[in-house]
Design a protein around this ligand. Structure first.
Ligand SMILES: [Zn+2]
Ligand SMILES: [Zn+2]
Length: 302
């Protein structure tokens, strides 16, 4: 029997804090003089936007909907591509990400949830503290992390996933090497490589992190809750747009295995759209699309 959590040492928690918070913030601060000094050209914008889309789709479709929730099945090349795309977000190996997230769903906004904004209470200050904890604080404060052997034995049994996790540091390095190489080749200059590394690598990964984390902090605090759930999951349009569909978080907690999160009228879900295209191309199959009858039944709206 594998315990739900395993201990995390101070060294590792400090590393989380430095890599996930301190370093990206420093880099964003550096971006200000850099922006004045070099400016940002069309080339860097294009590279940064492409890297952003790859990272966010990789997390939303790959890490989250495919590997964590099994919302669809797909051919091996696409599975590997989605895993690599998720790796570009530099949010850890897929087994660890899935383990933390599966525990979040089991205990959402209750004792045991690794990142609930309601952890410290409902009053203004407690909620502010809780949001900081849900957004990023938990990376450092959690003395125990979710045990992969308990939460993700299916992923640990998958040789492709095991290989990906073993090579994870190289994948993370690729997240920075790719934009640098693209910028260098595009401009045929070292300066082009540096500015692309800066904007498409460093600034982009800092932004991707905060956008992803806003699902945990914002979309469990503000927004509307058309569906009745035991937790405080909610829908926030701007979060949904930045996360390419993940901010329609209320339905996701009703039916975590559903491939579509934005199920109501006007809720654009680019990740679901892309899964649909994969399905039409024959690369994805067994997609769990929402059942209209069930949607009707659980909706609070008459
Ligand atoms: Zn949630
Ligand atoms: Zn989920």
């Amino acid at each position: 029997m594998n315990p739900e959590t395993v201990a995390v040492g101070t060294g590792r928690r400090t590393a989380y804090l430095v890599v996930l918070v301190v370093l990206p913030l420093l880099l964003v601060a550096l971006a200000v003089p850099a922006a004045w000094g070099w400016g940002i050209g069309v080339r860097d914008v294009v590279i940064a936007v492409v890297m952003y889309l790859v990272s966010i789709f990789g997390i939303a479709i790959g890490y989250h909907r495919l590997f964590t929730h099994r919302a669809f099945r797909c051919r091996r090349p696409l599975r590997i591509a989605l895993m690599l795309a998720g790796g570009m977000a530099v949010e850890g190996p897929v087994t660890l990400w899935s383990a933390e997230h599966r525990r979040h769903h089991k205990y959402a906004d209750r004792e045991g949830d690794p990142h609930s904004p309601w952890r410290y209470g409902e009053s203004g200050l407690a909620l502010l503290r809780g949001m900081a904890h849900a957004h990023v604080g938990w990376f450092f404060t959690a003395r125990r992390r979710s045990n992969r052997r308990h939460w993700a034995p299916d992923l640990l049994a998958d040789p492709d996933v095991r290989r990906f996790d073993a090579w994870y540091p190289a994948v993370a390095a690729l997240s920075f090497a790719l934009p640098a190489v693209a910028g260098g080749l595009w401009s045929m200059s070292w300066t082009g490589a540096w500015t692309a590394l800066f904007w498409g690598g460093l600034v982009r990964y800092a932004v991707v992190h905060h956008v992803t984390w806003s699902v945990n902090s914002i979309a469990h605090t503000f927004g509307d809750r058309p569906f009745a759930t035991r937790d405080r999951s909610s829908n926030v349009r701007w979060v949904a747009m930045l996360t390419l569909g993940e901010g329609w978080h209320n339905w996701h907690h009703v039916e975590p295995t559903c491939a579509r999160h934005g199920v109501l009228r006007g809720q654009l879900d680019p990740s679901a759209r892309l899964i649909r295209w994969f399905e039409l191309a024959g690369w994805a199959y067994g997609v769990r699309w929402p059942d209209p009858a069930r949607l009707e039944r659980v909706s609070r709206i008459p």
